[in-house]
Design a protein. Structure first.
Length: 264
């Protein structure tokens, strides 16, 4: 079965280290990171699950529940829990699904025959509170996952759900974002949206760039880029320098200490 972005994540019932669950009832309006690992008691998997347990506080801040799966029985999962705690420094604090008949793994296409056997590869599904699949990742069995990237993607998804913005390449929380051209001019002026944990999302103010919204359209590329580290640098430097010459102030930072020199 192929699961695409935007699809409803298939529901299932399963035995886990925390007892029986129904997946949709278990996540119940939360985000979820649902990931598979090839086998219990293996070194790469132990480091991954140890890292997940250590990140529990970070997941809680974001309203995220983590849940793992492999084709091993629940007795093996429970016996393995001590190793996970020893390696990661945190006791196992999330459920591991037992899938010995491979029904769930096959539903989520986690078993790739070309990878050598009938165990699962390292699949990741990020699922939102409405049970929609928002991101999928697949790693080979020999490569451990980057859980910092998983947290980064969750931050980006939650931010772009809260405001009509996009995140540029290599974006990290707190950095500038790209405003959608669909926002009205009035909406660009002075609008600030605050996301989870009070993260500010500044909207475009055309006047700050020396643009008169009544007389001049925004450039054809639409929304204003918020990536520039300072005035006079970045992909729209020419617009910023021109605005500074016309207005005598910095159109991005609004900080006189960072005002670019004018040639007037």
């Amino acid at each position: 079965m192929t699961i695409r972005l935007g699809d409803i994540a298939p529901d299932f019932t399963a035995e886990t280290t925390d007892g029986p669950i129904s997946f949709h009832d278990w996540k119940d309006g939360s985000w979820a990171v649902f990931f598979s690992h090839p086998a219990d008691f293996t070194p790469v998997c132990t480091t991954e699950l140890g890292r997940t347990a250590a990140l529990q506080t970070e997941f809680d801040k974001r309203g995220v529940k983590a849940i793992a799966i492999s084709v091993d029985p629940v007795e093996d999962h429970k016996a393995w829990a001590g190793d996970i705690g020893d390696v990661g420094g945190t006791d196992l604090n999330f459920p591991i699904i037992a899938d010995p008949d491979k029904a769930i793994s096959e539903t989520y296409d986690m078993i790739h025959p070309g990878e050598g056997d009938t165990s699962t590869v390292r699949s990741v599904f990020i699922i939102d509170p409405s049970n929609k699949v928002r991101l999928t990742l697949t790693y080979p069995k020999s490569v451990g996952r980057n859980f910092d990237e998983i947290l980064r993607v969750i931050d980006a998804l939650q931010l772009t759900d809260l405001a009509p913005v996009s995140t540029p390449v290599d974006w990290q929380p707190g950095q500038r974002v790209i405003v959608s051209p669909a926002i009205s001019t009035a909406g660009r002026q002075g609008e600030v949206r605050r996301g989870r944990r009070g993260q500010a999302v500044p909207a475009l103010d055309p006047a700050a760039f020396g643009l008169n919204p009544r007389r001049r359209p925004l450039p054809r590329w639409g929304g204003r880029c918020f990536v520039s580290a300072s005035c006079g640098k970045g992909p729209y430097a020419s617009h910023e320098r021109a605005a500074a010459r016309r207005t005598g102030r910095c159109g991005v930072q609004r900080d006189s200490s960072r005002r670019p020199p004018t040639n007037d």
